[in-house]
Write a new protein. Structure first.
Length: 131
């Protein structure tokens, strides 16, 4: 039987994501990992692509946009509380905070996030403010 997992949101970031957003780690097991991402007002993340994981987001607070591009499609969608988006394996993506409060997103990866080499920078839709 698997262990029950519980973890509270850290008051400070645990690490910086490859796209340079702040990351607070949440629960993780052998099938998926979950984290809380924050992008400050006016910030634009670095565009990245994942090597092995698919990612799913749920916007908690703030507003902005996400750009996603795969071999067949390109789109820009609005991000606001209550919106969820998928980032399938092999999709380039970039997000930005267009609001006046932090853009906060809860996301999970499947399989679990494997480490620092998972994501790599790509050309994106906007010039990043984070580097």
């Amino acid at each position: 039987m698997p262990d029950f997992l519980t973890r509270s949101l850290s008051p400070v970031p645990d690490e910086i994501a490859p796209d340079n957003s702040d990351v607070r780690l949440l629960v993780r097991d052998g099938t998926a990992s979950m984290a809380h991402f924050t992008l400050a007002p006016g910030e634009i993340a670095v565009a990245v692509k994942h090597r092995t994981v698919s990612e799913y987001w749920y916007v908690v607070t703030g507003s902005g946009r996400i750009w996603r591009k795969d071999a067949e499609n390109v789109e820009v969608e609005g991000l606001e509380p209550g919106v969820s988006v998928s980032i399938p394996l092999g999709t380039a993506f970039q997000f930005r905070n267009d609001g006046s409060v932090p853009l906060e997103i809860v996301g999970f990866d499947t399989p679990p996030w494997p480490g620092d080499d998972e994501a790599f920078a790509v050309d994106g839709q906007w010039e990043p403010t984070l580097s």
